[in-house]
Write a protein that binds this ligand. Structure first.
Ligand code: PLP
Length: 408
């Protein structure tokens, strides 16, 4: 008899986005004339940068010619892309990362979800609350948690975010093995300073733990004093794996290209305390289960690291940051406390009421969609997330409507 992986039964239904969709369709059925502005989902809206499009086209033409055609590529990615990433994203900022420590993939979602496979089942995990749900759910699927009880899974150490700590969790007061961190953060938009990140690196070193650092939104960091990579902190090469993506950086959400950095000095241990290279383990996993990102997509991503491509990406990011700053300003003027919106595309707002109540209020009175914070964890209750991924015109319209709705 074929049996299911019963860990899947512990998962909470992906209630958040389906519940949002339900509430929108009920509202639209009742008010078909009302136009809705969506500032809920974290998907980009602007077209790919011109340099990426041109490189994409050229590479597709190469595939049409027998002499330049490419079949299977290296699973880890083409060296033309890995070398540019190492030079532009890391070495240029003083982070000692080599091209062969970079694994090109089709998404930071898959990588941050799949990475847990290379760690023991009894790994003690620390996960922030609120959190990007992938980290938690993939560990539930693997059987590292107990049941879901009162908003929490058993066997997980939750790192609580709140207004007092600015949604930058405090260090655990007990040893853990694996720590998930994400900065700039989704959903809160919080960013971390180098000094604070140094504390996490020191904690990991002292506890022989590993940090999984999700930097999918690093391109939004404009303040040069803030770290874009965990490897800007001394000692991180031994205790951190970093995830990056072209999704939010260069509008690749539908094109798919990302990468994971696993330094060769990063180690984990077996039951007897013998050291093993995580680079070798991840390489084994990646080359067994993944067959590489398509050649044209890697060429399109490479174009980000050209003079024109880089300038175009900066303009794209600036565009969304202008939206973020408008949202932040208007929300603050209305008297709400918020986090994010600077060096980040997300604004996390204390609604001073139940998350879903605030969601309904914005939908019904302003026709604006946000994301209820409680969908990202218990600590998100009372908050909503507004995303800057939309056109400036739509963001302006949404903010004017919110102001109108909340001041009348
Ligand atoms: N990591 C975080 C924190 C995200 O918010 C997202 C997407 O929303 C991802 C990773 C996924 O990135 P990708 O499109 O590369 O899978």
């Amino acid at each position: 008899m074929i049996k299911i992986n019963e860990n899947y039964l512990k998962l909470r239904a992906s209630y958040l986005f389906s519940e949002i969709a339900n509430r929108i369709s009920t509202f639209q059925a009742a008010h078909p004339e009302k136009e809705i502005v969506k500032l809920g989902i974290g998907d980009v809206t602007q077209a790919l940068p011109q340099a990426c499009i041109e490189a994409f086209h050229r590479a597709v033409d190469e595939m049409a010619n027998e002499r330049t055609f490419k079949g299977y590529g290296p699973e880890q990615g083409y060296s033309f892309l890995r070398e540019k990433i190492a030079a532009w994203d890391f070495q240029a900022r003083g982070a000692d990362i080599a091209a062969d420590e970079i694994f090109i993939s089709d998404g930071a979602k898959c990588d941050s979800g799949n990475i847990q496979e290379i760690f023991a089942l009894e790994t003690k995990i620390a996960i922030p609350d609120p959190v990007y749900p992938v980290y938690l759910d993939t560990n539930v699927m693997a059987g590292r948690t107990g049941k879901f009880n009162n908003g929490r899974y058993e066997n997980i150490l939750y790192l609580e975010g709140n207004l007092e700590n600015g949604f930058i969790p405090n260090l655990p007061n007990e040893p853990v093995d694996l720590i998930y961190l994400c900065f700039p953060n989704n959903p809160t938009g919080a960013v971390i300073t180098k000094n604070m990140l140094r504390n996490w690196v020191e904690f990991a070193r002292e506890n022989r733990a590993l940090i999984l650092y999700d930097a999918a939104y690093e391109a939004f960091i404009r303040d040069d004093k803030l770290p874009k990579s965990i490897y800007e902190v001394e000692g991180a090469r031994e205790v951190a794996i970093e995830f990056r993506s072209f999704s939010k950086t260069a509008g690749f959400t539908g094109t798919r290209c990302a990468f994971t950095v696993v330094p060769k000095t990063c180690m984990a241990y077996d039951h007897d305390g013998n050291k093993y290279s995580l680079h070798a383990l991840w390489n084994r996993r990646h080359s067994t289960k993944f067959n590489g990102v398509s050649y044209p997509v890697q060429r399109a991503a490479e174009a980000v690291y050209s003079r024109e491509g880089w300038a175009q990406v900066q303009r794209l990011i600036q565009y969304y940051l202008k939206n973020a700053s408008l949202i932040r300003r208007e929300i603050t003027d209305l008297g709400f406390e918020c986090v994010g919106g600077k060096n980040s595309p997300y604004i996390w707002i204390d609604g001073q009421m139940d998350s879903w109540e605030f969601f309904d209020l914005l939908l019904e009175k302003a026709g604006v969609i946000c994301t209820p914070g409680v969908g990202f964890g218990k600590c998100g209750e009372g908050f909503i997330r507004i995303s800057a991924f939309n056109s400036y015109e739509n963001v302006k319209k949404a903010m004017a409507r919110i102001k109108d709705a909340l001041t009348k």
